[in-house]
Design a protein around this ligand. Structure first.
Ligand code: MEV
Length: 310
């Protein structure tokens, strides 16, 4: 059996503002989708979390991202049939790039299974084709982070890897609000608001850009602690463009009141995930509160390597 894994991700700064060409900063986290591939008579893909995703024999899943990536790999000359198992600890449908991580891990494993070179550029390209089936116009940040790992600065379709050294004593706590939302609807609402209130909001977008620059300078100088304050300011801007929600705010204030250096929503907002920065020694209080509240959470650090064999 051939197995690969790929990391999930969060957007640290810039969500929504990137849609208008302003910069964003995303980071891969050490929570993974794993894909294992073995010989079979026909192509079959099953996920521990989601059940059967693709079954060529029964004609199931023929219009999905999985089918798209199988077709791409077939186009490279790989005709071997396989059975694949996927197991992922990334929150699903929450803005953590779970579908991209699955596509990247599966592509990497199938390419290896076929004896093809799983170069990162090729894996990311194939996974991007698969992402297009799910998200009509994906930015490409999810497959890029799942493939290359680390921290990525992106703007208008350009991606730049940022050198990152992450001190052991800081962690990122991701909380799942449990509220599902439609990214397309939220993005459209924000664009409509921007059109109606451009005079006021343009400066908010400029502030978001400044935040990314400031965050980069803090990261480059190893000052992780200051990111917390910048995350709180970013949350203020996201609130202003109306992508927060009552439950998001409750969780954000719970985190801030329990030792977070900063907390904000991440991704489309109005639900999905809330992210926060903690000193490791301050985690025990908040985790027992989250457990009492029945909130699902992940304690993570950046993944610096991206897709790899396991
Ligand atoms: C969604 O994860 C991130 C948004 O900025 C949309 C996008 O960049 O395509 C809200």
């Amino acid at each position: 059996m051939i197995c690969s894994r790929a990391p999930g991700k969060i957007i640290l700064f810039g969500e929504h503002f990137v849609v208008k060409g302003f910069p964003g900063l995303g980071v891969a986290l050490n929570t993974y989708a794993r894909a294992c591939v073995e010989n079979n008579d026909f192509n079959y893909v099953e996920s521990k979390q989601l059940g059967v995703l693709f079954d060529e024999k029964r004609g199931f899943g023929l219009n999905t991202n999985i089918h798209a990536l199988i077709n791409e790999i077939r186009g490279l000359g790989c005709e071997k049939n396989f059975r694949a198992f996927i197991d992922s600890s990334i929150f699903i449908s929450s803005g953590m790039g779970s579908s991209a991580a699955v596509s990247v891990a599966l592509t990497h494993a199938i390419l290896r299974f076929c004896g093809l070179d799983p170069s990162k550029d090729l894996v990311s390209k194939i996974a991007f084709e698969a992402e297009k089936v799910i998200h009509k116009r994906p930015s490409g940040i999810d497959n890029t982070l799942a493939t290359y790992g680390g921290m990525i600065y992106y703007r208008s379709g350009e991606f730049k890897k940022i050198d990152l050294e992450w001190p052991e004593n800081y962690t990122i706590l991701v909380v799942n609000t449990g509220i599902e939302r439609n990214t397309g609807v939220v993005v459209k609402d924000v664009l409509d608001l921007y059109e109606r209130r451009r005079d006021i909001l343009y400066n908010v977008y400029l502030a978001a850009e400044k935040l990314v620059e400031e965050a980069l300078s803090k990261i480059r100088s190893g000052d992780i602690e200051s990111l917390g304050e910048l995350m709180n300011i970013a949350q203020g801007l996201l609130y202003t463009i109306n992508v927060s929600c009552k439950r998001c705010e409750e969780i954000i204030w719970l985190l801030r009141g329990s030792g977070a250096l900063g907390a904000k929503l991440s991704g489309a907002g109005r639900g999905g995930i809330v992210i926060s920065l903690f000193r490791r020694e301050d985690l025990s209080k908040i985790t027992s509160i989250l457990e009492r509240e029945g909130l699902r959470y992940l304690i993570a650090q950046p993944d610096l390597y991206g897709v790899s064999q396991i």
